[in-house]
Write a protein that binds this ligand. Structure first.
Ligand SMILES: [Zn+2]
Length: 258
């Protein structure tokens, strides 16, 4: 008899808990129902079957191997010609004609975009923002899978960032719209030294995937070790547009970071 009462109380509490959990999820999905990257949906999707080379990951800096010594070569014209509000992210576009090479594969710089908070973690630490500089190698055979090289730049809260100031007030208010920029007004050179980008030792490198569908596993990831400062207001401005759009970390499996 006593046991039955306990079971009933337990059942009641479980039901209460389940309904509370559902309420929380409902609230989240109505708040941000237009965004395909809202965090509740990302966590609810099982994401099984994408493979064992997925991104982002938690980078364990103390397990880092010696860099393999292969060279990165930038052939980079600082020509950013548009800023886009994609709803799910804020994106800057490169004019065609800038390249980056790694292990004899040449990639064309396409765009840069932002994640708030960071997608990659370092030693379990999440940063408030991460920028991805995306370069793509389009295969000659149109049916083959393209290869990507993505540079990840982590941001922490601190001083106002000059580079971000160059475009923050030019991001279009409406989703899926674009503002053309006069080339030279937004300069990646105001964020990063080219020499730093040309040295693989400045990066954590590992093979991984795109962090948005179709999660293609042909990405050479280079996460810049030096964390860059931006003011809390600047990070908040970007987060207010794109929401929380970081994919959760994935298993490392047999991969290693060098
Ligand atoms: Zn990204």
């Amino acid at each position: 008899m006593h046991n039955n009462v306990i079971s009933l109380v337990f059942l009641f509490l479980s039901l209460l808990l389940i309904s509370c959990t559902n309420l929380t999820h409902d609230t989240n999905s109505t708040q941000n129902s237009n965004s395909p990257h809202n965090s509740a949906e990302l966590y609810l999707q099982p994401e099984m079957g994408h493979g064992h080379m997925q991104s982002p990951i938690n980078i364990r800096s103390f397990k880092e191997k010696e860099s393999n010594g292969h060279q990165i070569t930038l052939n980079y014209k600082d020509k950013i010609n548009a800023v886009e509000n994609l709803g799910s992210t804020v994106q800057l576009d490169f004019e065609a004609g800038s390249t980056i090479s790694y292990e004899e594969v040449k990639y064309e710089l396409k765009q840069m975009h932002f994640h708030t908070p960071s997608e990659h973690l370092v030693d379990g630490i999440t940063f408030p923002m991460e920028m991805h500089i995306v370069a793509k190698n389009s295969p000659v055979n149109k049916n083959a899978i393209p290869k990507y090289l993505v540079i990840g730049i982590l941001f922490k809260e601190g001083l106002n960032n000059k580079f971000l100031d160059e475009f923050l007030n030019k991001i279009p208010k409406n989703e899926h719209t674009l503002t053309n920029l006069e080339v030279g007004t937004v300069r990646l050179d105001d964020l990063l030294y080219r020499n730093d980008l040309n040295d693989v030792k400045n990066f954590y490198h590992y093979p991984g995937s795109l962090t948005t569908p179709p999660y293609t596993q042909t990405v050479q990831w280079f996460i810049f070790k030096h964390v860059i400062e931006a003011s809390p207001e600047q990070i908040k401005t970007i987060n207010a547009i794109e929401g929380n759009n970081a994919r959760h970390i994935q298993g490392i499996f047999s991969r290693s970071v060098d």
